[in-house]
Design a protein around this ligand. Structure first.
Ligand SMILES: Nc1ncnc2c1ncn2[C@@H]1O[C@H](COP(=O)(O)OP(=O)(O)OP(=O)(O)O)[C@@H](O)[C@H]1O
Ligand SMILES: [Mg+2]
Length: 167
């Protein structure tokens, strides 16, 4: 599903990541640990095509990230749910709308009538905070909302960057 072949990455200074070869297969579960600044978030960004490797090859769902066009990138957005380390909400929109944004953007909100959204809000224990704005949430509430947003499209892969630090 996600495959790295001799991958290296550098932001322009020295080489941050080098010679990484790994296959993440369907149904598998992986943890990545390492000190602050060692490149964990960078490696995750390579896993969903937000960064391109400076050497080697990354393929997602069988396609090389360097050969991806707009449609391929849209496919990756649908199939990979990401819980960002800093959550990345739109602060002027209520929590429920932030979580439902992937449905709205992809035109699937009408299809589900919002049932998925209510169910997810309840799953992460945020039903009573649905109308709050992101800056009004606690750290753990923000992470739970980010988790709900990552899974609302029923993605094939969930990439979570320290999703439980505040939970
Ligand atoms: N956009 C960028 N431009 C230049 N350097 C960057 C950029 N993003 C990250 N870095 C640097 O690359 C290194 C790895 O960063 P990264 O965010 O991948 O680390 P991390 O392992 O996720 O750390 P943490 O545990 O603190 O989240 C750090 O030294 C960071 O300062
Ligand atoms: Mg990080």
């Amino acid at each position: 599903m996600i495959e790295f072949e001799n991958v290296a990455y550098s932001y322009g200074g020295g080489e941050l990541l080098s010679d990484i070869s790994v296959k993440l297969a369907p149904g598998s579960f992986h943890f990545l640990t390492g000190p602050s600044g060692s490149g964990k978030t960078t490696l995750m960004k390579l896993c969903y095509g937000a960064l391109l490797p400076t050497a080697g090859h990354v393929s997602l769902f069988g396609k090389d990230v360097r050969a991806m066009d707009r449609d391929d990138i849209a496919m990756i957005r649908r199939r990979v749910g990401v819980v960002h380390q800093d959550c990345q909400f739109l602060n002027h929109l209520p929590v429920a709308e932030n979580i439902g944004l992937p449905l709205t953007v992809s035109g699937r909100h009408a299809e589900t009538g919002g049932d998925d959204l209510q169910e997810l809000l309840s799953w992460v224990g945020l039903s009573s905070r649905a109308e709050a704005l992101p800056p009004e949430l606690s750290g753990g509430e923000r992470q739970r909302a980010a988790l709900a947003r990552a899974v609302i499209m029923s993605p094939d892969v969930v990439l979570a960057d320290e999703p439980t630090g505040n939970v």
